[in-house]
Design a protein around this ligand. Structure first.
Ligand SMILES: Cc1cc2nc3c(=O)[nH]c(=O)nc-3n(C[C@H](O)[C@H](O)[C@H](O)COP(=O)(O)OP(=O)(O)OC[C@H]3O[C@@H](n4cnc5c(N)ncnc54)[C@H](O)[C@@H]3O)c2cc1C
Length: 420
């Protein structure tokens, strides 16, 4: 049998999880060549992005940003255990179905016997006028560093006696983690005399927060936000910005203007525009449609993670979370092997109860595991263990432990004292 060529596009949760499962399932005596295409040279650990955005707000250390970057990004160059895998810093721009090649922005093409698309998503902007100029999204590392710089400037102004407001738009897990962490660490940075000089607002069009989970969990979130003195402004849909002020529509149709010194946009994700041009079947939101085997509309091409939507009668769908990207990536990896060896393909389970553990400032977390809702320090410990689990899925045990211990130690200190 000749060497089988596998191309994986995107080295995030879905791509790396699939790579590991592919190596676990592909027979050792057969030959395989894996090509990972990703314009980045590292995986970004999204669950710690909110920590970056709120860390060391008064730090004068010129290396602080670099330290945050090192803590949250993991280089692809260390492929311990993945023989015959090469990473190329290339961006997918097309697929030639007849030649079975992937085309990249630099003009190169890569042949595949089987292909996995795991390119993730970008932030959803709903084409809201003025959004880009008046707010910063909380999606990737660059965004988080921009937010951190803006917050550092606000802290200086607040210390000089100004009354300021930070508004986070989008009360999903991402927005909640960020604003609660901020509420917890700001007093460290402002000092006792300035307490309350940066007001925090959390806005959302829905009438309740954490809407996809249990009512008990929503209540836990609301209690925690109240404890941290965060204003929760629900039922407000952002429709545009004028002169730096956000215009919101209320459920009764009235308009409301809300001013803030910094708007942070945390309102979900959408697929990258490139998915429109690949010749694959998409759902109405532009995500690549895959069946229960994670196969796209073209034989031999699989997709997983935020970029894909599992659509099959009576079966579950996948939320845009690392948890879903990761658990389905195992099936994707096994199916890459099964496809190459003409074996039956595995299916995603018909039912999964997704869990959630969302940090809520100061080593606290609210969550829902197997139907049990909690808000506690124990929840925070569980969340730290969940982080370790992700690292173990993508990297060797030694590397996973190293990454985890370094990050957890740093952010635990940050939660307690702030970094200055
Ligand atoms: C701030 C933030 C915090 C989050 N926190 C959590 C959390 O705590 N728990 C949780 O379960 N989920 C969390 N999520 C969601 C989670 O990060 C995503 O669902 C998950 O990363 C999706 O995995 P993926 O493999 O589909 O995409 P990603 O992990 O984003 O990986 C996609 C990869 O594809 C690459 N890529 C993109 N375009 C191209 C292209 N054209 N060609 C080649 N490569 C390309 C990218 O560089 C990237 O490396 C968070 C998301 C954000 C934004």
């Amino acid at each position: 049998m000749s060497t089988r060529q596998v191309v994986i596009v995107g080295g995030g949760f879905g791509g790396l999880g699939s790579l590991k499962a592919l190596y676990q399932s592909f027979p050792k005596h057969l030959k395989i060549q894996v090509t990972l295409l990703d314009p980045a040279d590292h995986q970004l650990y999204y669950p710690w992005v909110y920590q970056v955005a709120s860390a060391g707000l008064t730090s004068t250390d010129p290396n602080f940003e670099a330290a945050l970057t090192t803590l949250t990004t993991f280089d692809y160059s260390n492929w311990s255990g993945y023989k015959n895998t090469n990473h190329y810093r290339e961006e997918l721009v097309g697929i030639n179905q007849d030649r079975r090649t992937v085309l990249t922005a630099s003009g190169r093409s890569f042949y595949f016997d089987t292909l996995l698309l795991a390119i993730g998503s970008t932030h959803q902007d709903f084409s809201i006028p003025g959004l880009t100029d008046n707010s910063i999204p909380l999606k990737n590392l660059e965004d988080a560093l921009k937010i951190r710089t803006s917050l550092s400037k606000l802290v200086v102004r607040a210390q000089a006696g100004e009354q300021l407001t930070v508004a986070v738009i989008g009360a999903g897990p991402n927005g909640i983690e960020f604003i609660t962490k901020l509420a917890h660490v700001l007093p460290h940075y402002l000092g006792a005399n300035c307490l309350g000089s940066i007001k925090l607002q959390l806005l959302d069009p829905a009438s309740t927060i954490g809407r996809f989970l249990s009512p008990k969990l929503n209540q836990n979130f609301e209690t925690r936000l109240t404890q941290l003195k965060i204003d929760l402004l629900l039922g407000r849909r952002l429709v545009g910005f004028k002169n730096g002020t956000g215009n919101f529509t209320l459920p009764n149709g009235h308009q409301e203007k809300i001013s803030a010194d910094l708007f942070i946009w945390s309102a979900g994700v959408k697929p990258w525009p490139i998915t429109n041009t690949l010749g694959l079947a998409l759902d109405e939101r532009g995500r690549i449609k895959v069946n229960e085997h994670l196969q796209t509309s073209i034989s031999g091409i699989f997709a997983v993670g935020d970029t894909a939507v599992v659509s099959w009668d009576g079966g579950i769908s996948n939320p845009p979370t690392a948890q879903a990207a990761h658990s389905f990536s195992r099936i994707a990896g096994f199916n890459l092997t099964a496809y190459l060896l003409h074996r039956p393909l595995s299916s995603v389970p018909k039912k999964i109860i997704w869990s959630l553990i969302c940090t809520t400032g100061g080593n606290y977390a609210c969550g829902n595991l197997w139907g049990w809702s909690f808000s506690s320090r124990l929840g925070f410990s569980l969340r730290c263990l969940a982080d370790l689990r992700y690292f173990l899925f993508s990297w060797s045990v030694f590397r996973a432990l190293k990454i985890w211990l370094k990050g957890v130690r740093f952010f635990l200190i940050e939660n307690k004292y702030g970094h200055s």
